[in-house]
Design a protein around this ligand. Sequence first.
Ligand SMILES: *Cc1c(COP(=O)(O)O)cnc(C)c1O
Length: 397
Amino acid sequence: MQLSESISRISVSPTAAVVMKADRLKASGVDLVDFGAGEPDFPTPENIKRAAFRALEKDFTKYTATGGIRELKAAIAERHARDFGSNYTAEECLVTVGGKQAIFEAVVATINAGDEVILPVPYWVSFLDIIHYAGGQAVLVRTREEENFALRAFEVEKHLTAKTRMIVVNSPNNPTGAAATRAQLDAWVTYAQANKSIILFDAAYEAYITSPAIPHSIYEIPGARECAIEFRSCSKNGGFTGVRCAFTVVPKTLKAITSRGEQKPLHPLWLRRMATKFNGVSYIVQRGAEALYSPAGKNQVRALIDHYLGNARMLVAGAKAAGLTVYGGVHAPYIWVETPKGLSSWQAFDKILTEANVVITPGSGFGSKGEGYFRISAFNSRVNAEEVARRLKALKW
Ligand SMILES: *Cc1c(COP(=O)(O)O)cnc(C)c1O
């Protein structure tokens, strides 16, 4: 048996070591609080479960249309048009098995071996592996602390080459919490158009945006319909991490260039790929996801996000009171903290784990340029967030 080259290019998750160290301490009887996990801790809300149950009882389970059921796609498009003034149609929304699948499809549909993908660092780890899997080259562009890790296009200009095919923009960002402004996104669209590359816009944390000045969608920017694919996930606002549901917008106006230089619309190719590969998300899950867009679902999502952002504010205050330099936590459930006294990410992790009994995530897990930082997640109860804020404040560095 041989191993394919694509599978050989992906690496072991750098966060696996976090789980191992935490488990070892837990086994010795220490009561740990986990602020490392990048997923909500609440169970999937009741009305969403009910909708899924109803689907199971009433409609039973047949093949669904590739790209998603009409009701869910319509609910998404209507709500986003109403709330954010977005201009995409239900047909342009394609339902995927989580955001991870959306990234995978987007990269595999547009990247050939040797093509370059601009990836701002620190980044969510899956991006790198997916780029490598497709045979692409990730061009890492550091975002700077002195600019609050702003995702600035002009930094990228010097990295654009004839081989640049895709630019990844994740706003609000995991792990830094940075959210791109309208002007910043404008610049990205201009660069992508000039360079004939595609922006892959990861809006998994869109629902956490707290300022009306920050765009929720790349399609708020003129020209984006010709150069951007966007996706959002139900994972972080609907507690769907294990349920698996997300959607991707592939505008019908988006064209890709074949190796022969022909322009082809991406949308039908995308659908064809999905049909070839796996058909679509389970009907039951899609009916559950649809309930997220009902008035009750919207209120539930709002309450959960307010809860986590409240935790984030508390954690930011605790870390600041300890004299630490803190970023994020305003438009995202993540706080990005500089390690004090030149400690490495893992040294800070070990100290927080053994002295405060709190699990966080070392920054080096988000790419080598995340070294010197750590991420605190706000996905926990209020009581635990208060406790961790206190423990952070009491920690002597
Ligand atoms: C969680 C996450 C996603 C989506 O995850 P899925 O569970 O696959 O939908 C996408 N991007 C970032 C940055 C994330 O943190």
